[in-house]
Design a protein around this ligand. Sequence first.
Ligand SMILES: [Zn+2]
Length: 498
Amino acid sequence: MEQGSAVTVGWKCCGKRTECPQKHNMYVVFTAITGTTADCPQTGRSKVTTPRQDRFMRRFLARTVETVPDTLKHVLDQETFTKARLYQLDKSSFGFWHGLYSQFETTLILVFGGFPFVWWYAGEVTGRFGYGPDYEILQSLSFLFITSIFSTVTSLPWTVYSTFVLEEKHGFNKQTPGFFVKDQIKKFIVMQCISLPVVSGLIYIIQIGGDYFFIYTWIFTFVVSLLLITIYADYIAPLFDKFTPLPEGDLRTRIEALAASIDFPLTKLFVVEGSKRSAHSNAYFYGFFKNKRIVLFDTLIEDYKPPGEEEKDKKSEEEEDNSHKDSVDPAEAQETKTEEKDEKQKQQGCTNDEILAVLGHELGHWKLSHNLKNLVISQVNTFLCFMIFAFLIKKTVLYTAFGFDTRPILIGMLIIFQFIFSPYHEVLSFCMTVLSRKFEFEADAFAKRMKKASDLKSSLIKLNKDNLGFPVVDWLYSTWSYSHPPLLERLKALEKTD
Ligand SMILES: [Zn+2]
């Protein structure tokens, strides 16, 4: 679902820096290694790129449609519609300028021979430590390190703007500057720890693998991606966010019963403190075979409080009561309290019934093997890519076109995977988007068969409202780039009697 994407075999990320500041970088490493496409737990989108004309289309719609269309009147009020519209407009212009900047940056790097220069400089650096041009792997690592510092620095102003200006303005940002800085540093270190060894491994295999190296590189990336998926949940994700087990209670008991009713091997049930980052809400599940976990964002649950904080709150309320008794007259104190309560009630989130419906949808993805199907497709794709790569890697013309007179393996990977394959990836990504929409409808239908249609409908409407999703879509735009069907189409499908 739009804000409830699930994955069994990995995390998901839209790969859009603007909308997914959290895991974008991780996604890049992950996809670069595995060729896997994935969805973002925050935005639920899986597209890596958004063609510029599409952004224009969104902008155009957000600009021209100013009042709630009749078809949407039962779904949201004018106030929310206007908020969503303004949020959409801001996101679109940000996306446009960011996209334009990236285009300029890449063009300048290519025109002025940025890659050969950095490659040369990387060689200079390793040379200073006594390792000459024969040490290709070391030079490659030095190259990667320098380029990732460069891209971190150049993307920083955009990330800062997106987080502290754009998201802040629309009430979504919850990060403090300190949290943000720590987060960026951690992300950079984790990225290096994963990408440097993996790239070394790949280059080494290609060096010694002979004519059929593509088979070994495929096996290698497959194993690495399984390994990453296995350790991600326990060792990587907790570095960035706090995961606490969902406390005992009605919600927990009912989720466990739901999982048991369809033989879902649920082993752990977590709440992630997404609210430290942003007010966007979501739910997902992951894990291998018999070891599955469900994660709910705290922002998804109505009046959720982390275990320790509930007591703290009670205490402070009591203290407040006492101080009120001393100084203020009781009627006034009562008034302040109700106001506070109202504020709390405005808080976003779903009821238990709705959360169960969301999970009904997510478990539908599992029951219908959607993630397994995606994994198989991505592995076949990775294999094919490596095969074509093996054929192209010896073509000198590719290297000379990019300003190289030698043929470093890493540069070959960069040119072929990033530039030569890009039209093919665009087509593939479109096919995956179409498939993903089909899966979404199937998962909705699954939830409907579990008698959760009406709760799913209300949760979809609430989540769309909480996340300020702009519900007016252009059919061509949505066909091309929505990994999830538009809200209205899903509601209609859920209403249909079969
Ligand atoms: Zn879904």
